[in-house]
Design a protein around this ligand. Structure first.
Ligand code: ADP
Ligand code: ASP
Ligand code: MG
Length: 443
C-alpha cells in the first residue's frame, strides 16, 4: 500500500505544524511520499511565503537586489529551522537562493524557492531524501506537463526510496528554466507523484475537514461532503472551490487513484473521498455542493433565426481569438447566445473593441454587456434524477430579491450555473445553501 501525502501551506506554516505533519506520517507506514507547499499564513493578516517571493522579485527589478520582502522570507525559514531544532545551514541556503533569484530574474523561479526550501527543511526534519521537482517534473515546449518524461523521471527518482519529500508547485520547462503551475499548484504535483508512485491513495492534507457544501467563508460551518465523484470535483474546483486545484484531478483520474481530503488540524475527521462515478455512492441529496466566482463579464446577443445562420458563433469566436480571449461558458437559447469571460481578460478598453467587432461580424438584433457578474454553480449527480431542482433554485434566489443575469444549465446535467451581480454573490450563495441544505443547518 502506498499513499502520497500533500501538505498545504497552512500545514507547513511553522515548526509546530510541521511536527503535526510528522505525527500524521508516523501514524501510517503507507504514507511514504510527501509533497510540500511553501509556508502559508500562520494567522489572518500574515503573508504567504509565495507572495513574499513574488514581491522579492519586484524588489530585484526595481533596485537590482532582494530587499525587505526577502528579509521576511528569511525570517520565516530561519524561524522554522530554529523551531524544529535542525542543524541545517539555512543562512547559506538563503544567501544562495537570494543570488539565484537575482540571477534568474523570473517570477516562476522566485516563487518556486518557497517549495524548494521547505522541501529541503522537511526532508531534513523527517530524515528522508529530498527530490527536486526541477529534475523530475518537466513541461514541454507548449508549456504543458510532459507526462511521459515526468512519470519516467519521477519513477526513477522514487525507485529504491521507501520515503521521500518532493517539492510541490514547480518543474522545468523545455528550455531548462524553472516553471510553476498556477497558484495552488502543489495539489497538481501531489497528483503527479501519486500517479508516478502507483499510489493506492492520494491524501491531500489541508486546513479544513474536506470539501464542504459551500465556501466556509460565506456560510458559517457548512455541511461536509463525504464523497465526491471526479466530475463533481472538477465542476466545483473549476468554479471556485479552491480546496483542490482544478487540474489536480487529471493525473489521478487517469490512473483511477482516489483522493482523500484531510484536515492536518483534525486528523481524526474523515474528510472527503473523491472517486470515479462508477465507484461512488451518492449522498441522496440532489445537490452535492455549491461553488462560485466573482468578476466575470457576460456578452449577451440576440438575433432572430440565429440558429439557422451558418457560422454565427464561429465569427464571434474569431473575434475573441484575435484578441487572445478565452471564455468560460457559452450558454445559448434558440435566438440568444452569451459569452461569459473572466473580466481580467478584458482590461484596458479591450471590451469596447471586442463589442464593436462582434457587431460588425454578426449584426445582432441586440447586444448587451453585463460587467461584474458572479457565477454560482450548483453541482450534483442527483440533480438529473429529480424534477423541480431548477425551480427551487430560482425561487430561492428570487426570495432574497436578487436578479439572475444569466443561466447555463450544463449539458452534462451535473450542474446549473447562474450569473448574478458580483455584489449579490454572498447573499445568493447563502440563499441557495439554505434551500438545499437547510434541513441540516443547526437551529
Ligand atoms: P492549502 O494551503 O492546504 O492548499 P487552500 O487554502 O488552497 O489550502 O484550500 C483550503 C481552503 O479552501 C479552506 O481554508 C477554505 O477557506 C477554502 N474553501 C473554499 N471553498 C471551500 C469548500 N467548498 N470547502 C472547503 N473549503 C473551501
Ligand atoms: N505555494 C504556492 C501558492 O501559494 C503553491 C501551493 O501552495 O500549492 O500558490
Ligand atoms: Mg491549495
Amino acid at each position: 500500500m502506498i499513499k502520497v501525502c500533500k501538505f498545504g501551506g497552512t500545514s507547513m506554516s511553522d515548526g509546530t505544524n510541521i511536527r503535526r505533519v510528522r505525527d500524521i506520517l508516523s501514524l501510517d507506514a503507507a504514507r511514504r511520499y510527501v509533497v510540500a507547499s511553501a509556508p502559508g499564513k500562520r494567522y489572518s493578516g500574515d503573508s504567504k511565503v509565495t507572495d513574499l517571493l513574488y514581491e522579492a522579485l519586484d524588489e530585484v527589478r526595481e533596485g537590482g537586489h532582494v530587499g525587505e520582502a526577502y528579509a521576511k522570507v528569511c525570517e520565516r525559514f530561519r524561524g522554522i529551522v530554529r523551531e524544529l531544532d535542525l542543524s541545517l545551514d539555512i543562512d547559506s541556503m538563503l544567501e544562495e537562493t537570494a543570488h539565484a533569484i537575482e540571477a534568474e530574474g523570473t517570477y516562476d523561479f522566485a516563487a518556486s524557492r518557497g517549495e524548494y526550501l521547505i522541501g529541503r527543511i522537511a526532508a531534513a526534519f523527517l530524515g528522508i531524501p529530498f527530490i527536486d521537482a526541477r529534475d523530475t517534473v518537466k513541461f514541454d515546449a507548449s508549456g504543458k506537463l510532459d507526462g511521459e518524461r515526468t512519470y519516467a523521471l519521477l519513477r526513477e527518482a522514487l525507485k529504491g526510496k521507501r520515503k521521500a519529500v518532493v517539492a510541490g508547485f514547480y518543474g522545468e520547462d523545455a528550455e531548462g528554466r524553472v516553471k510553476t503551475f498556477s497558484r495552488g499548484g502543489s495539489d497538481v504535483t501531489g497528483a503527479i507523484v501519486a500517479r508516478a508512485a502507483g499510489a493506492d491513495l492520494y491524501e491531500n492534507w489541508t486546513d479544513v475537514s474536506g470539501f464542504l457544501a459551500c465556501d466556509p467563508r460565506i456560510v458559517a460551518d457548512p455541511v461536509g461532503i463525504k464523497a465526491l465523484s471526479y466530475r463533481e470535483l472538477r465542476e466545483l474546483s473549476y468554479m471556485g472551490a479552491n480546496v483542490l486545484h482544478s487540474e489536480a484531478i487529471f493525473p489521478v483520474r487517469e490512473a483511477d487513484i482516489p483522493i482523500q481530503i484531510k484536515n492536518t488540524f483534525r486528523p481524526q475527521d474523515e474528510g472527503t473521498r473523491i472517486l470515479p462515478v462508477s465507484k461512488y455512492v451518492p449522498s441522496g441529496r440532489p445537490v452535492t455542493g455549491i461553488a462560485g466566482k466573482k468578476h466575470f463579464t457576460v456578452i449577451y446577443l440576440e438575433k432572430s433565426l440565429m440558429n439557422a445562420e451558418l457560422g454565427f458563433a464561429l465569427r464571434i469566436l474569431e473575434v475573441l481569438r484575435r484578441h487572445n480571449i478565452s471564455f468560460e461558458h457559452m450558454p445559448s437559447g434558440i435566438d440568444t447566445l452569451s459569452f461569459v469571460i473572466d473580466s481580467a481578460e478584458l482590461k484596458y478598453g479591450v471590451l469596447d473593441r471586442v463589442r464593436e467587432e462582434i457587431v460588425q461580424a454578426v449584426s445582432p438584433d441586440k447586444i448587451a454587456v453585463f460587467d461584474d457578474v458572479a457565477l454560482i454553480a450548483v453541482v450534483g449527480h442527483g440533480m438529473n434524477r429529480q424534477v423541480g431542482i431548477a425551480a427551487r433554485l430560482f425561487q430561492a434566489i428570487a426570495r432574497v430579491g436578487v436578479n439572475v443575469r444569466m443561466i447555463d444549465e450544463g449539458s452534462s446535467e451535473l450542474n446549473i450555473i447562474v450569473g448574478v451581480n458580483s455584489e449579490d454573490y454572498e447573499c445568493t450563495v447563502r440563499a441557495v445553501y439554505e434551500e438545499f441544505f437547510k434541513e441540516e443547518m443547526p437551529h
